[in-house]
Design a protein around this ligand. Structure first.
Ligand SMILES: [Zn+2]
Length: 134
């Protein structure tokens, strides 16, 4: 009999702990919902303060500093969106950087003396090396 009692007690406690887990889970879910509500209300407070800041009604420097951070972030978003616009516009006249036409370095046609092969200037009539007539 004692053995059987033990079994039922164990089964009962197992069932109880399962129920307990479910109950705790339900309560945790409720706590989570309340926390979500708090976050929502905080967000609404933030929206109100942001609107007041834009109206110039905020005097608390801590709130002003935070609102300035929001303003800076908004400016960044605007700039990033402009970058997206630029990327998205396929036929946008993207100012192609005109490749500077690199002038082929004119091969210096060196004039050589037909006799000795020395380099001679274009206009000289005689080789400065061997004196041959060019
Ligand atoms: Zn020569």
């Amino acid at each position: 009999m004692a053995f059987f009692d033990k079994i039922t007690a164990a089964a009962k406690s197992a069932k109880e702990s399962a129920n307990t887990a479910i109950e705790v889970g339900k309560l945790n879910m409720k706590i989570k919902n309340e926390n979500d509500s708090i976050e929502q209300f905080k967000g609404q407070i933030g929206d109100l303060l942001w609107a007041q800041y834009q109206e110039g009604e905020v005097t608390d420097p801590r709130i002003i500093a935070l609102c300035e951070s929001i303003a800076a972030a908004n400016a960044n978003i605007e700039e990033l969106q402009q970058q997206i616009e630029v990327l998205k516009a396929p036929s946008a006249p993207v100012e192609e950087e005109e490749e500077p036409v690199e002038e082929e370095p004119q091969p210096v046609l060196e004039r050589h003396c037909t006799q000795c092969g020395a380099v001679v200037s274009e206009e000289s009539k005689f080789c400065s090396n061997c004196g041959a007539q060019l």
